[in-house]
Design a protein around this ligand. Structure first.
Ligand code: A3P
Length: 366
C-alpha cells in the first residue's frame, strides 16, 4: 500500500528528521480492511472532523472514475486530476492539518521534474548561514528530509509552528487544488520536458509497483501518460496551473525549467535566492558561495553520498522509498534511449497543442 505520509520533526537547527512513528494506526488501513470504521467516539472536534472526512473520502473513492494506476491497481479522478487515493484523502484533510504562514515558501512540481534537486538548492540557500559546506545537513541526511511534503497526511496534525521562518514545504498538488491561504504564499515551480518526466516516472513507479500487479511496460506508461492518467496528471494541466499563475503574480511564483537550470545553475540559483528574499551579497558572490551551493547540490555530489546510496526515506506510516531511487541519471534527453520517433512526435504534439497560446515554451530536446 502506498502511504505518502511523512512524520517529521525538527532538529536543533530547524531541519527535518523523521520522528518516531505515531502510534495511531492508519485509518486507511481500517477502511480498506474492515467496516464499519472502528473509531466511534470522537475525542475532540478535530477527531470528529477527521472521521467525517474519512467517510467523505470513502464515499468519493467509491463514486469517482478510476483508471489504471502505475504503482497500485487504480488512480482516481478528482477535480480534474488523477491521484492515488491517499492524496485525495490528504487533500480533504489539508484544511484541518495545515495552517500556512505568510512567510512560508512552497516548492511545487510534477513528480520527477526535479523536486529533489530544488529541495536541496532551496534548503542550502535559505540555511547557508547555519551550515558549513563541509559539514552540511544535506551531506548526512540528503535532500528528502530537508523539508516536508504538504501532500502527506498528517493526522493528528504535525506541529510545524516552531519552525523558523521561512518554513518550506513541497507539494505535487496542482495549483488549482490549493486553498487561497496557501496560494497567497511564495511558490517555486520546477518544470521539465514531459518526455524525460515520463521516462523518469516510469522507472521510479516500476520500482515501487505493487508485486501483486503484472510488470508495467513502457508502452502502457506512455499511453496512460498521454491520456493524462498518471499520479497528479495530466502533466500539461499541472504545468499550466502554475504557469498561468506565474504570469499573473510573477512576484509570488518563480517558474523554473529543469533544462535551463542544468545549463546555467549559478544563474538559476541567484534568481532563486533573490526570489526567496535571501539574495546573495556581493561578498558572498566574491567568495564563490553560489558555486559552492551548486556543487553541493549537484547530481554527482548528492547521488554519491552514503545516505543517498543506502538510506531510505519514510513517507507516512508504512511506505518507504530508497533514497537512491531519487537519483537515476539526472540528464537532459534520456528519453531518446527509450521513445520511438512516433512516441516522441505524439508527446510533442500534445505539448504544442496544450501549451498553444499560453506563452509557455519548453526547452524540449530534439
Ligand atoms: P532521471 O530519472 O531522469 O534521472 P524528482 O526529484 O522530482 O523525483 O525528480 C527525479 C529526477 O531528478 C530524476 O531524473 C533524478 O535523477 C533527477 N535529479 C535528482 N537529483 C538531481 C540533481 N541534484 N540534479 C539534477 N537532477 C537531479
Amino acid at each position: 500500500m502506498y502511504f505518502y505520509s511523512e512524520l517529521l520533526t525538527a532538529d536543533k537547527k530547524g531541519s527535518f528528521v523523521p520522528k518516531t512513528l505515531c502510534l495511531r494506526l492508519s485509518y486507511d488501513f481500517f477502511i480498506m480492511s474492515t467496516s464499519p470504521p472502528l473509531i466511534t467516539k470522537p475525542e475532540s472536534k478535530e477527531d470528529a472532523d477527521y472521521n467525517k472526512i474519512c467517510e467523505e473520502y470513502k464515499h468519493l473513492i467509491e463514486t469517482v472514475p478510476n483508471g489504471n494506476g502505475w504503482m497500485e491497481k487504480h488512480l482516481y479522478s478528482y477535480n480534474g486530476f488523477w491521484f492515488h487515493p491517499n492524496y485525495i484523502k490528504n487533500h480533504l484533510l489539508l484544511p484541518i492539518y495545515f495552517k500556512s504562514q505568510p512567510t512560508d515558501i512552497f516548492l511545487a512540481s510534477f513528480m520527477k521534474a526535479g523536486t529533489t534537486w530544488l529541495k536541496a538548492l532551496m534548503f542550502a540557500t535559505i540555511n547557508r548561514h547555519r551550515y558549513t559546506i563541509s559539514d552540511h545537513y544535506l551531506l548526512q541526511h540528503g535532500p528528502q528530509g530537508a523539508f516536508p511534503y504538504l501532500d502527506i497526511e498528517s493526522y493528528p496534525p504535525t506541529d510545524f509552528t516552531h519552525l523558523p521562518a521561512p518554513r518550506m514545504f513541497a507539494t505535487h498538488y496542482p495549483r488549482t487544488l490549493l486553498p487561497p491561504c496557501i496560494t497567497s504564499c511564495k511558490f517555486v515551480y520546477v518544470c521539465r520536458d514531459p518526455k524525460d518526466v515520463l521516462i523518469s516516472k516510469w522507472h521510479f513507479m516500476s520500482n515501487q509497483r505493487s508485486k501483486d500487479l503484472p510488470p508495467f511496460s513502457l508502452d502502457e506508461a506512455f499511453e496512460l501518460f498521454c491520456q493524462g492518467i498518471s499520479d497528479f496528471g495530466p502533466f500539461w494541466e499541472h504545468v499550466l496551473s502554475y504557469w498561468r499563475a506565474s504570469l499573473e503574480s510573477p512576484d509570488k511564483i518563480l517558474f523554473l525549467k529543469y533544462e535551463e537550470m542544468m545549463k546555467q545553475p549559478e544563474v538559476a540559483l541567484r534568481n532563486l535566492a533573490a526570489f526567496m528574499g535571501k539574495p546573495f551579497t556581493a561578498e558572498e558572490l566574491e567568495k564563490g558561495v553560489v558555486e559552492k551551493i551548486v556543487e553541493l547540490c549537484s547530481f554527482e555530489n548528492l547521488s554519491n553520498l552514503e545516505v543517498n546510496k543506502k538510506g531510505v526515506v519514510k513517507f507516512g506510516k508504512v511506505f518507504e522509498v530508497e533514497n537512491r531511487l531519487f537519483f537515476r541519471k539526472g540528464e537532459i534527453g534520456d528519453w531518446k534511449n527509450y521513445l520511438s520517433v512516433e512516441m516522441k512526435q505524439r508527446i510533442d504534439e500534445i505539448t504544442n497543442e496544450k501549451f498553444k497560446g499560453s506563452g509557455l515554451i519548453l526547452d524540449a530536446t530534439t
